[in-house]
Design a protein around this ligand. Structure first.
Ligand SMILES: Cc1ncc(COP(=O)(O)O)c(C=O)c1O
Length: 405
């Protein structure tokens, strides 16, 4: 079969693939622990369900405006004003089918073939493929000091005449790092001076710990005009535990939003009417679910850190947000794909190899599941990796015997 040159460069989403693997093993009755997941386990807020149900009951579920229903745009405007201290106009806002589609529409709208997009390592698995999908070139940049926190010099060094855009994701998937305000300020300033687009992927926005406040790129922007090249991406997926609802948004200058809306209009039309209503319910409704989720995740993070610190060969940087950690397991195996497969085969623990995020030797471990899953998952990993472990481990009725050293 003949497929396009671009399609040939695109791989499958490693994280979504692992969800499938876990589901297949579970269906077979295997006692899988999924530490690879990328979604909170709680229920969607009641206000979201009621808003969607009301529309469904009306039986009138139709096409919507391509950039989103007015009520959702108003909710996004209010959200932006409350949490970013700037009130965009409706022309600054486009709702879309998840943050993913909002980012994709921005890439389509801005990039020409061969232009370059810089993003720090470790990065969200999808950025390289998303950039390739529009014929542009991904330029991942590894912080020189090997940490999860880049410096502006790292970005400067890889900026050239083809550079068109920088993407920052903080709180960060996979590391959980929250980039310092000074760094974000430096990048905003650098992009303004060099005329580069800056995409702030804020999808984990308020899922931050230890009393931190979300970093707001607008605060540092000198250009708030209609020429601003700052694009804020956000959505209901993570903060409201509404991953399956597929509603995200972009806030950017009106010309760009118009172009992005035209693109979205031809690719998918406006997002689902039902789910837009649900998103309005979530954003305008009682916000306690976000705080409850944040507190649960912070507690889960602490449990995971305690467990990992008792693991001799593992180096861990404390995540400041999200529901991911990205420990360094290179002491056990420098090849993260091999290590992840080993843990799945031997003790049925799903992890995501660091190589998928551009950083070998690490595994992404999620703590969005239950405390029981976190404790048991790490216990099993320890048993598999520590050569001094007892020879046998029971998982329920099932006896595992070490046949490796
Ligand atoms: C950094 C980052 N950006 C965007 C997304 C996509 O969000 P959505 O589910 O709203 O499309 C994800 C989902 O995992 C993510 O981790």
């Amino acid at each position: 079969m003949s497929i396009s040159l671009i399609a040939k460069t695109i791989g499958e989403s490693a994280t979504l693939k692992l969800n499938e693997v876990a589901a297949i093993l579970r269906a077979k009755g295997d006692p899988v622990i999924h530490l690879g997941g990328g979604e909170p386990k709680g229920k969607a807020p009641l206000d979201a369900i009621l808003a969607a149900a009301a529309l469904l009951n009306s039986g009138e579920v139709r096409y919507t405006a391509l950039d989103g229903i007015p009520a959702l745009k108003q909710a996004i405007i209010r959200y932006t004003e409350e949490f970013y201290g700037w009130k965009p106009a409706p022309e600054n806002v486009m709702a879309s089918g998840g943050a993913k589609q909002a980012i994709m529409s921005a890439l389509h709208a801005i990039l020409n073939p061969q232009e370059e997009v810089i993003f720090p390592v470790p990065y969200w698995v999808s950025y390289p493929d998303m950039v390739k999908l529009v014929g542009a070139i991904p330029v991942p940049v590894t912080p020189e000091d090997g940490s999860f926190i880049p410096r502006i010099q790292d970005i400067e060094q890889v900026t050239g005449s083809y550079t068109k855009m920088v993407i920052l994701n903080s709180p960060n998937n996979p590391s959980g790092a929250v980039y310092p305000a000074e760094f974000v300020a430096d990048v905003v300033d650098f992009c303004e001076r060099r005329g580069l687009y800056l995409v702030m992927d804020d999808i984990y926005h308020r899922l931050i710990f230890d009393g931190r406040e979300p970093v707001n790129a607008y605060e540092f922007a000198k250009d708030r005009s209609n020429n601003s090249k700052l694009i804020i991406i956000n959505g209901v997926s993570k903060q409201y535990a509404m991953t399956g609802f597929r509603i995200g948004w972009a806030v950017a200058n009106p010309t760009l939003i118009e172009v992005m809306t035209n693109i979205q209009g031809h690719e998918t039309s406006g997002p689902s009417a039902l789910l837009q209503h649900a998103a309005v319910g979530a954003i305008n409704g009682i916000q306690s679910s976000v705080n409850n989720l944040r507190m649960t995740l912070e507690n889960n993070r602490n449990v995971l850190l305690d467990q990992l610190r008792s693991f001799d060969g593992v180096r861990i940087e404390e995540p400041g947000g999200t529901f991911y950690s990205f420990p360094d397991f290179s002491h056990y195996n420098k090849n993260s794909v091999e290590l992840s497969q080993f843990l799945l085969d031997k003790v049925q623990v799903v992890t995501v190899p660091g190589s998928e995020f551009g950083m070998e030797g690490h595994l992404r471990l999620s703590y969005c599941g239950s405390i029981k899953e976190i404790n048991e998952g790490i216990e099993r990993m320890k048993w598999a990796l520590d050569p001094n472990s007892p020879n046998e481990l029971y998982i329920g009725e099932r006896k595992l015997v070490r046949d490796w050293s």
